[in-house]
Design a protein around this ligand. Structure first.
Ligand code: SF4
Length: 485
């Protein structure tokens, strides 16, 4: 029945053209052509068979749109491209497009703005929802944000066992363990009990994401084995850290954002709702709160990242939780911490002794972030001896037990200023996007040997051929007092 239907559809399609009919088939990869082609060849022996690559440009240019695409395919400055451009010169839409490409090619600043507010309203709605990830994308390159989150254009991604799955699996394990066990129980779990929990959590995750391990390739088993071993190392480390800490997990995988959130901002009659998920929030003495974020990358926290709109989301979470009326309203900020959840497995045998291996694990799992400059609160996180550095938190104590200069700390006012800076960024983002200010202006990431554009899928859309001309310089400083006014 289905074959008959398909035959009918093929017949119908082949009878429909008014001028020409092209039937195409792939010759790559040793594929045999469709049975319909073979049948047609038998029925109509004079059928002309040609390679697409050998067709002239005019064979593709049936309409203005296809002519323009043909010009793009052959190169706008090729013989074919120039001819087509001449033909389309009377058409305002296409002549604008050609001019635009000239501008980019010959180094004039390309204007990506969309001044039509109603078009932007259609794109984002009256209330735009912005996630922590997309907020950072916007800070890196507004045009990239526009294409990715506004137009929602993205290259289809192949499902791979990559760091995304790794991160999701580790999150699932952490969520399961911390929701099941209060801190007092968790720190008493034996290695075996911890391992059993991880095995169950990873198996459950595999069942949901991959429908189990049945009929998967051998590398799937290797991936899962490494994932379990890694997560065990991470959880053992957290168990030891919690042993010496007086902070207690209070919220796990907690959703931030919504109609009543303080992270909703407005600009020029439009609103932006910021949302995200707190991986974990710990509380000390029912008064101090620290927000923790599990990180699969090797991301290191630096204060100047905040001046460039990077890593601001944790400060927004902290604010939303501790503000009056917030979930932990009335409590004070004790800091934000990134918790690495990937540690090396020493698969290449580089480290030989147990001390070396453990040393490497400890180094890779050190937390980083920004903490309150209150020695009592810091000691509640970790007992650090005078003149030494924390094993878990990024703090160094001087010989007199005061906080060392290289420690990432700030006071309550500092947290307030960072929060205000982040809120100002959100307001600016709301205003810019509804006004259509979306420049292709990639942030030059300090310390990175790659530019954002090198790994960007949208280079053909922004037509950025000259990175040096459009890059945005990294800000090394920021007038925090400006935001506090
Ligand atoms: S290629 Fe560069 S400038 Fe263009 S959208 Fe991507 S990041 Fe932005």
């Amino acid at each position: 029945m289905r074959i008959a239907e398909e035959r009918f559809n093929a017949f119908k399609a082949m009878c429909s053209p008014s001028a020409k009919l092209y039937l195409t088939y792939s010759v790559s990869g040793g594929q045999s052509c469709s049975p319909y082609i073979a049948k047609l060849k038998n029925l109509i022996p004079c059928l002309k068979e040609i390679e697409i690559a050998k067709l002239d440009a005019d064979e593709f240019a049936f309409s203005e749109s296809s002519a323009y695409q043909t010009a793009a395919r052959y190169g706008l400055y090729s013989r074919e491209g120039v001819t087509i451009r001449k033909l389309l010169s009377e058409n305002e839409v296409y002549s604008d497009k050609f001019d635009y490409i000239d501008n980019v090619r010959f180094g004039y600043a390309a204007d990506h703005s969309i001044p039509d507010r109603s078009a932007n309203e259609q794109l984002y709605g009256n209330k735009m929802r912005v996630s922590a990830t997309s907020f950072e994308e916007y800070s890196k390159c507004p045009f990239r944000f526009f294409v990715s989150y506004g137009l929602k254009l993205s290259r289809p991604k192949k499902t791979q066992l990559n760091s995304l799955y790794w991160g999701n699996a580790v999150h699932a394990c952490m969520e399961r363990v911390f929701k099941k066990y209060a801190k007092a129980e968790f720190i008493k779990l034996t290695d075996k009990q911890l391992e059993d929990e991880i095995i169950s959590a990873v198996n459950e995750f595999c069942e949901t994401e991959f429908k189990g391990g049945f009929s998967k390739k051998a590398d799937f088993d290797v991936f899962i084995g490494r994932l379990k071993a890694n997560t065990l190392r991470v959880l053992k480390r957290i168990r030891t850290e919690m042993h010496g800490s007086q902070f207690v997990p209070e919220l796990i995988e907690y959703n931030i954002g919504g109609e009543n959130s303080a992270l909703n901002v407005s600009a020029d009659g439009h609103s932006l709702i910021f949302y995200g998920k707190v991986d974990r929030a710990d509380v000390y003495k029912n008064y101090y709160v620290r927000v923790l974020d599990y990180k699969t990358g090797t991301k290191e926290f630096k204060i100047d990242q905040l001046y460039n709109g990077i890593n601001l989301q944790m400060f927004l979470y902290l604010y939303e939780l501790t503000r009056e009326g917030g979930r932990l309203g009335g409590m004070k900020p004790a800091g934000v911490l990134y918790v690495p959840v990937i540690s090396p497995d020493n698969a290449d045998g580089r480290y030989v002794t147990q001390e070396e291996i453990q040393g490497q694990i400890n180094k890779s799992l050190c937390m980083n972030g920004m903490l309150l400059n209150d020695a009592d609160v810091l000691r509640a996180m970790e007992q650090i001896d005078a003149g030494t550095s924390g094993k878990y938190i990024p703090i160094k104590l001087k010989a007199d037990s005061t906080i060392g200069a290289n420690s990432n700390v700030t006071d309550e006012e500092g947290f307030e200023k960072i929060k205000q800076m982040a809120m100002d960024e959100l307001v600016q983002m709301c205003s810019d996007l509804y006004s259509g200010r979306i420049p292709a202006a990639p942030l030059e990431i300090k310390g990175s040997s790659f530019t954002l554009c090198e790994s960007c899928d949208y280079q053909d859309l922004c037509a950025n051929f000259d990175y040096e001309k459009i890059k945005r310089e990294w800000r090394d400083s920021y007038d925090m007092d400006k935001t506090a006014e």
